[in-house]
Design a protein around this ligand. Structure first.
Ligand code: TPP
Ligand code: SF4
Length: 530
């Protein structure tokens, strides 16, 4: 028996490879990054077929569309992202449920309840419901493997993409996995219906009607899914619906078995018959789910038989943040385990830019210049990356960080409102992810903004993945229409400080779009290479 320890992320990668995947498409984002990295590592070790695609995409939308293209050609594809990445991919994702698939397609969205490294804790299951496609939610690493392994067949059987939703605690913890027999990759095979992927209104209406008709069959699959289990219990005062990883948290409270009936949920749409059974047999329901109260809201809607439903909405569980065994135990009436108080010698260590990081030099120069503007009105709109740490002491240099690409567009909007000077700070990877189109908007109106593309030649924040515009940033800016004389490059080092100050001042004085590119490799990737 082939058994080994895997992170859930790695288990998904291995399950997809064993399940006959021909390509993985992704943009990095915690906690999903390790899925693609695992495929890349196996490829580098020669353990995976050379032809299997595993290079990073420019963003989640391009990843989603490319995976859909591979599915169109009949092969099995996986696309991976963090939850907010699904917002970026949403146009393609939602429409892929209208086109349906040809080769099996799995969309992995890794949610981050408690926002360990994210801007929000949105729950991807809503997207699954929105798209009306099957959603899988593993409770264990083994289920993560199995769902990726079998997900392509579920996708091909139903004709729709399958959304595989995981959460940080599962993604980043390890357990033993038993692997299954290697499946062969699909042959190239074009869709039987030439109109399937052409979403002209007449075709789209027909495809949408098909999707609506498929709902009953999808629900039936959920009723019979091995991932949805009704586990009876003697004490009918309470029934517990435990989704995904929360089933483990529940079992930690009852190592010898739960006295209450439990409905373990791992596949959606919700199995209505099983839901009605547990509601019919118990006096009250407790819903455990990591993320938003998705199931709780649905249950309140469609049971409406007067069965009290407890969970995040009635205060039995906290409304926000991830669950854990203690929180679940407390909701079930157990005392919290006593833990030692944290010693006073333990100090909080806020995150900070590495010593020697080029972003530091950029902020030092920016702060010196900004301090010279009267009224304290100069503003730096930032983006998402290591440079977002410029929000913290000692720099306190930035005023915003909203979503990938929003630095340039927010600076333009503020400049439209008359805020001068308006600066944007964006990293090279974020620029290629979703900064280019914003720059085009700014160029089209010759907005008076200064865009600093702090180029460390990598995607540092997520661990140093390749950045898709490396070596081409000036050419892209020129292509977008920035005047070549207002594309300025320097090396952010102490010895160049005066030159940096001079260039930034000159470009802030220019009444139009200028791009400044401080370029020095991230010292962490440099160290690894050396
Ligand atoms: C839509 C979306 N996808 C992915 C992420 C995860 N993420 C945060 S910052 C970042 C890229 C950072 O790279 P770069 O802009 O080059 O800055 P660096 O960290 O290298 O300084 C990524 C991928 C995210 N926050 N949002
Ligand atoms: S990882 Fe690289 S980019 Fe991020 S703070 Fe450290 S040196 Fe700077």
């Amino acid at each position: 028996m082939n058994k080994a320890l895997y992170l859930a992320d790695e288990a998904i990668a291995q399950g997809a490879l064993d399940g006959g995947m021909s390509g993985i498409y992704a943009y990095p984002g915690t906690p999903s990054t390790e899925i693609t990295e695992f495929v890349q590592q196996l490829k580098a070790m020669g353990e995976v077929n050379e032809s299997i695609h595993s290079k990073w995409s420019a963003n989640e939308k391009t990843a989603m569309e490319t995976a859909l293209g591979m599915s169109y050609a009949g092969k099995r594809a996986m696309v991976c992202m963090k939850h907010v990445g699904l917002n970026v991919a949403a146009d393609a994702f939602i429409n892929s449920s209208i086109t349906g698939i040809n080769g099996g397609l799995i969309v992995v969205s890794a949610d981050d309840p408690s926002m360990h490294s994210s801007q929000n804790e949105q729950d991807s299951r809503f997207y699954g419901k929105f798209a009306m496609i099957p959603v899988l939610e593993p409770a264990t690493q083994q289920e993560a493997y199995d769902m990726a392994y079998e997900g392509f067949e579920l996708s091909e059987q139903t004709g729709y993409p399958v959304l595989l939703r995981i959460v940080t605690r599962l993604a980043h913890s390890r357990s033993a996995i038993v692997r299954k027999a290697q499946k062969t990759e699909n042959e190239l095979k074009l869709p039987a219906d030439p109109r399937q992927f052409i979403l002209l209104p007449a075709n789209a209406r027909r495809q949408y009607a098909k999707l609506l008709d498929a709902q009953a069959a999808l629900e039936k699959l959920s009723e019979n899914s091995v991932y949805n289990q009704y586990i009876d219990g003697k004490d009918k005062r309470l029934g517990i619906v435990a989704c995904g990883i929360t089933y483990n948290y529940l079992m930690e409270s009852y190592p010898d078995g739960c006295p209450f009936p439990v409905l373990k949920i791992g596949q959606y749409p919700l199995p209505r018959r099983q839901m009605e059974k547990i509601a019919g047999e118990t006096d009250a329901l407790l819903v455990l789910e990591d993320g938003y109260p998705v199931v709780e809201e649905m249950l309140k809607g469609y049971l409406s038989k007067g069965v009290p439903v407890k969970g995040r909405l009635d205060g039995t569980l906290p409304r926000a943040g991830e669950l854990n065994p203690d929180i679940v135990g407390k909701a079930l009436g157990f005392d919290l385990p006593q833990t030692a108080p944290i010693s006073e010698t333990v100090q909080m260590r806020p995150p900070s830019l590495c010593q020697g990081c080029g972003h530091r030099d950029v902020y030092e120069a920016l702060n010196e210049i900004i301090a010279t503007y009267p009224n304290g009105r100069a503003r730096v709109f930032s983006d998402i990356g290591c440079y977002t740490l410029g929000a913290l002491a000692p720099f306190n240099a930035i005023s915003s960080c909203v979503d990938m690409g929003a630095s340039i567009t927010m600076a333009k909007g503020a400049a439209d409102a008359g805020l001068v000077p308006a600066l944007a700070v964006i990293g090279d990877s974020t620029f290629s992810h979703s900064g280019i189109t914003g720059l085009l908007d700014a160029v089209n109106e010759n907005a008076p903004i200064t865009v600093i593309i702090s180029d460390n030649e990598t995607t540092a924040m997520t661990g140093g993945q390749d950045s898709s515009a490396t070596g081409r940033i000036e050419a892209i800016c020129k292509g977008v229409g920035v005047q070549p004389e207002h594309i300025r490059v320097f090396v952010p080092l102490k010895k160049n400080y005066d030159e940096m100050l001079q260039i930034i001042r000159e470009e802030l004085d220019y009444n139009g779009v200028s791009v400044i590119i401080p370029r020095r490799e991230c010292i962490q990737t440099l160290k690894r290479k050396k």
